[in-house]
Design a protein around this ligand. Structure first.
Ligand code: TRP
Length: 338
């Protein structure tokens, strides 16, 4: 009861973000997003969504998807999301997400959706393009507007979707009267941008399938070492801070993000170091940095019923907020609510 009260009466601005339960969460997700979320939860009221309804906009193996939902939730907890102060919500367990999505779809011009670059990219890769792929950003707008979230920490690749969210909110507000809080486009100071180990010109991505592309948060130490030893660098003999290639830069960014070393410490320690030695040092920092997360993950997943309880409690905590937004939207639109 006390927890619930603390939540409802909190005056902190609300933060909402989401991750699809597909692929394997990796150190790029951790250093770029999760770690930042863990920090934010003390200053904001946070809702972190596992967006399973977004995941199925492209075909997912059902058993695998179901397992990934649990795994993602357990990794949120293992990374330090505290379920006493933040909510970890599986999107599909709060039906208001899908409901608001439909209501917003009706005020969203088709042209806005056809212009989305992510839609165009994804559609080009599909033989047959499902309607869900086109509606994807409307569902994301629903996730955000449902909780009247002010701050939405996302990567740069999501800024177009965030702008669309504002456009939809604005259009709704002007058609039906002030209803939605405008999410800020300004992103809070985001974490490190981690690049692929096999190709340091591309952001580390969950959908990239190369065996040496990313270090998974649950990779065992030996695999972590092997992946980092294989990382693409360049043809210089060792670390030259006046001439840093993207691969070496990426390894140093990873090291610094895990250890918290200052620029000066990194410079004086790594200057002139041969790449083999650099990689060994980085690998050990990653192994050490992931060890406590993996330990907590094992604890969380070995406690019967714990995860389920956290997800249920989070859903119960946010549902009243989500339902009251849907009710207000329906009233504004003249939909039956009695
Ligand atoms: N589209 C986001 C991504 O792929 C995931 C997402 C869905 C999201 N709903 C959201 C992010 C709401 C922030 C807020 O990264």
């Amino acid at each position: 009861m006390k927890e619930a009260l603390r939540y409802y009466f909190s005056m902190k601005p609300r933060v909402l973000s989401g991750i699809q339960p597909t692929g394997n969460l990796h150190i790029g997700n951790y250093l770029g997003a999760l770690k930042n979320w863990v920090r934010l939860q003390h200053d904001y009221e946070c809702v972190f969504c596992i967006v399973d309804l977004h995941a199925i906009t492209v075909y997912q193996d059902p058993a695998e998807l179901r397992a990934k939902i649990d795994q993602t939730a357990a990794l949120f907890l293992a990374a330090g999301i505290d379920p006493a102060i933040s909510s970890i919500v599986v999107q599909s367990t709060v039906p208001a997400h899908a409901e608001l999505c439909w209501l917003l779809t009706c005020v969203t011009p088709l042209g806005w959706l056809e212009r989305m670059t992510q839609f165009k990219d994804k559609a080009a890769k599909q033989e047959s393009v499902g309607d869900g792929l086109l509606q994807y950003p409307v569902l994301m707008a629903a996730d955000i507007l449902l909780y009247q979230a002010r701050v939405v920490p996302v990567g740069e690749d999501q800024t177009q979707h965030l702008e669309l969210t504002r456009d939809i909110a604005q259009r709704f507000n002007s058609l039906y009267g002030e209803t939605f809080v405008m999410p800020e486009t300004k992103l809070p100071a985001v974490g490190a941008r981690i690049m692929g180990l096999d190709d340091p010109t591309k952001k580390m991505s969950k959908s990239e399938t190369g065996a040496y592309h990313a270090v998974g948060l649950l990779d065992p130490p030996d695999l972590i070492r092997r992946k980092i030893m294989r990382a693409t660098t360049d043809s210089l003999p060792g670390v030259d801070f006046d001439n840093l290639g993207p691969g070496v830069q990426n390894l140093l960014t990873i090291f610094q993000a895990f250890t918290g070393w200052t620029d000066e410490q990194v410079r004086s320690h790594f200057a002139g170091m041969r790449y083999g030695e650099l990689k060994k040092t980085v690998a050990e920092a990653v192994v050490a940095g992931l060890e406590p997360i993996q330990q907590r993950y094992r604890e969380i997943t070995s406690e019967p019923g714990y995860l389920k309880r956290v997800l249920r409690e989070s859903a119960e905590r946010v549902a009243p907020i989500a339902n009251s937004t849907v009710r207000l939207v329906k009233e504004r639109m003249g939909i039956y609510t009695d």
